[in-house]
Design a binder for this molecule. Structure first.
Ligand code: ZN
Ligand code: ZN
Length: 238
């Protein structure tokens, strides 16, 4: 009872103190300094519905034109490239929750993220399956989401019914097939998504298969508008 409360207090104090840049260690700085954001997370032209890097002025990638994903918009703060994979691995696998605040700041500073959060009725983290959540101790997407929109976040509405095996080497269609039935809405509260604007939050987007599968569940449940917000996006099409 007592210990988690003390830990929460310390982590909230830590987030309020001036600190070093988490990337280049400049001091004092915002959690990730302006120089590092400019250098390593510059605004980039991206596909409107899967956030794949695009030449300037091109709105959507070929995959999304041929097979429109169930997302109205997809926003990514940075490429999944140095220094971010290392930082994300520390956040995710070594349970270094101190990274949640700098990453949330990075996300919020990406173009269109603030307005998407403001317009959202609900902000839902991509859930982990219960067994994975027990192993890891926390869901990194939830850590990000609750810092982005503490009053709108809901971590128990969208459920992950099972974990899916590694998907690398599969086509987008195969990945989507693998994920069929992997997400569901909490049956008692499924009506909460009807007619709502929803933001989905995840840390890394590779093929987009998980985000698309989760979005499809929301769409089927009657969601009005769905935006995905991800910290880092790989540069390869799914
Ligand atoms: Zn820096
Ligand atoms: Zn696309």
């Amino acid at each position: 009872m007592f210990k988690p409360r003390v830990q929460r207090l310390f982590s909230s104090l830590h987030e309020r103190l001036p600190s070093q840049c988490a990337v280049c260690r400049a001091w004092p700085s915002r959690p990730v300094c302006n120089g590092c954001v400019t250098r390593f997370a510059p605004p980039a032209a991206r596909c409107a519905t899967c956030a794949l890097p695009m030449p300037a002025g091109v709105a959507q990638c070929g995959d999304c034109i041929l097979r429109p994903p169930p997302l109205d918009a997809c926003l990514a703060a940075c490429a999944y490239a140095w220094p971010w994979p290392d930082c994300i691995a520390r956040f995710k696998f070594r349970s270094d929750a101190g990274w949640a605040a700098p990453f949330a700041t990075l996300l919020r500073s990406a173009p269109w993220v603030e307005p998407a959060l403001e317009q959202a009725d609900l902000v839902l983290p991509i859930p982990l399956a219960p067994v994975r959540l027990r192993e890891r101790g926390f869901n990194q997407a939830h850590e990000l989401a609750r810092r982005l929109a503490p009053r709108k976040v809901d971590a128990i509405l969208l459920l992950r019914t099972r974990e899916t095996p590694a998907q690398s080497g599969l086509s987008r269609a195969e990945r989507l097939r693998n994920l069929r039935g992997a997400f569901a809405l909490e049956p008692l509260r499924a009506a909460a998504v009807q007619g709502r604007r929803i933001v989905l939050v995840d840390d890394v987007m590779t093929s987009g298969a998980s985000l698309f599968a989760a979005a499809q569940v929301l769409r089927t449940g009657g969601a009005l508008h769905i935006t995905a917000i991800v910290l880092a996006r790989t540069d390869l099409p799914g």
